[in-house]
Design a protein around this ligand. Structure first.
Ligand code: SAM
Ligand code: SF4
Ligand code: SF4
Length: 346
C-alpha cells in the first residue's frame, strides 16, 4: 500500500520541545542483535549465550518502520540513520532501504561495524542508500580484536569500507570510540591512515550509555586532548558545522588534506541543539540517548491507530521533551537504569 507523507504544515511549523528544539533527525534501530561483542557496548559477560534477545514478533516489521518513518518525516525529520545492534544482520535490509528511499527529501544513511558490507554494499546502494558510517576502533590487530571480542580482523572492516566506497556509498565516515588505556595509542595511526585514504574519521568519547559497560569518567579521553595530540603532528583548524545540531565538531588539516570530527558528548555537551529522536527495534521512541523509559509506538500501531493518531502521539511526546542528560551528568545520573546502546543504536 502506498502511503503518503503526512505533512501537517501546522505541526511542521510548530513542533518544538520544551527547550525550543525541532525534530530533524531519526535513528532507527532495526535489531538488538550483533555479531560483535564490543567491550564498551555489548560486554560478553552480559550479552552471553543466555542473553534473551528480542523475539521476531517483538520487533517492528519493515512496513511498520516505513509507516512510522513517513509520519516522522511529516513532523520535520530530514535525516534517517539505520542502526542497531548491527543493522546488516537484519534479514533483507536492502528491502527496508528501498521502502524508505521512496520518501522524498530524506537523507538516508546507516551505521555498521562493516563486517557484512563486502556482501551487501552493492544491494544497499541499489536500494537507494546514500552513504555509510563504519565503526573501527583501531588498526592494531590485537587492540581491535580485544575491543570487538569476537576475533574479527581489521582487514575485514577495511574491506567493508572499500566495498562501500567502490559502489559510491560516499563520503565514508569512520567512527572510532576512544577508551583510555585501551586504544589511545591507536589515535595517531588511525588519523594518519584515514587522512591518506580520504575517509572522514570521527573520534567518539566513550559514553555512559546503558548500565553494563562499567563506564567511569577516568576512561574518557577528552576530545580536546585528541585534537591536541593530532594537531601536534598534523596541524588542524576548526571548521563551521554543516548544519545546526551537527554532533561532530569538525576540524580540517591545515595543509588541505582532509578533515576529522570529534563527538565530545561527555566533555562538551551539545544538548542545546539536539534535534534527534531514536526508535528501538521493538518500536519504543526515545527522545534522548540516555533515556530510561521509551514511549511504546508498537502498541499504538498494532492497536489500529490511524496515521493521524500516531502523528498526534509523536507530537505530544516531542512537545513535552526536556532531555539534556549530558549537560546534567553526575554521579547520580550515571547510576540510572538507562537503555542499552545495542537497543537504542547510538
Ligand atoms: N553495530 C553498528 C556499529 O557498531 O557501527 C551500529 C550500532 S553502534 C551501537 C553505533 C555506534 O555507537 C558505533 O559507532 C559504536 O562504536 C558507538 N558506541 C557504542 N557504544 C558506545 C559507547 N559506550 N560510547 C560511545 N560510543 C559507543
Ligand atoms: Fe555491535 Fe556496534 Fe555495539 Fe559493537 S558497537 S557491539 S558492533 S552494536
Ligand atoms: Fe541529545 Fe540526550 Fe545526547 Fe543531550 S544527552 S545531546 S539530549 S541525546
Amino acid at each position: 500500500m502506498a502511503l503518503e507523507v503526512r505533512y501537517n504544515p501546522l505541526i511542521l511549523m510548530t513542533l518544538k520541545d520544551t527547550l525550543n528544539r525541532p525534530l530533524r533527525d531519526l535513528r532507527i534501530s532495526v535489531t538488538d542483535r550483533c555479531n560483535f561483542r564490543c567491550v564498551y557496548c555489548m560486554p560478553r559477560e552480559v550479552f552471553g549465550p543466555d542473553h534473551k534477545f528480542l523475539h521476531r514478533d517483538q520487533i517492528l516489521t519493515f512496513e511498520e518502520i516505513a509507516r512510522l518513518a513517513r509520519i516522522f518525516v511529516g513532523h520535520g525529520v530530514r535525516k534517517i540513520r539505520l542502526t542497531g545492534g548491527e543493522p546488516l544482520v537484519r534479514k533483507d535490509l536492502p528491502l527496508l532501504v528501498s521502502m524508505l528511499n521512496e520518501i522524498p527529501d530524506l537523507d538516508l544513511t546507516l551505521t555498521t561495524n562493516g563486517s557484512l558490507l563486502p556482501r551487501q554494499a552493492r544491494a544497499l546502494k541499489d536500494a537507494g542508500l546514500k552513504r555509510v558510517t563504519v565503526s573501527l576502533d583501531s588498526l592494531d590487530e590485537q587492540v581491535f580484536k580485544a575491543m570487538n571480542d569476537v576475533d574479527f580482523p581489521v582487514a575485514g572492516v577495511l574491506e567493508g569500507m572499500d566495498a562501500a566506497a567502490a559502489v559510491g556509498l560516499t563520503p565514508i565516515k569512520v567512527n572510532m570510540v576512544v577508551k583510555r588505556g585501551l586504544n589511545e595509542s591507536s589515535i595517531l595511526p588511525m588519523a594518519r591512515f584515514f587522512r591518506e585514504k580520504g575517509y572522514i574519521l570521527r573520534f567518539i568519547e566513550f559514553m555512559d550509555v546503558g548500565h553494563t559497560n562499567g563506564w567511569r569518567m577516568n576512561d574518557v579521553v577528552p576530545a580536546a586532548e585528541i585534537i591536541e595530540m593530532i594537531s601536534a603532528e598534523m596541524p588542524l583548524e576548526p571548521v563551521a558545522p554543516n548544519y545546526p545540531g551537527e554532533v561532530a565538531g569538525r576540524w580540517r588539516y591545515k595543509d588541505g588534506s582532509g578533515e576529522i570530527g570529534v563527538i565530545a558528548s561527555v566533555t562538551q555537551a551539545f544538548c542545546r541543539d539536539c534535534n534527534r529522536a531514536r526508535l528501538t527495534a521493538e518500536g519504543k521512541l526515545f527522545t534522548c540517548l540516555f533515556g530510561v523509559k521509551g514511549h511504546d509506538l508498537r502498541e499504538l500501531i498494532r492497536s489500529g491507530a490511524t496515521d493521524e493518531e500516531m502523528s498526534q502521539a509523536i507530537a505530544s511526546i516531542w512537545n513535552k521533551r526536556d532531555d539534556r542528560y549530558s549537560e546534567i551528568r553526575s554521579e547520580n545520573t550515571i547510576k540510572l537504569p538507562k537503555v542499552e546502546m545495542s537497543h537504542i543504536g547510538g
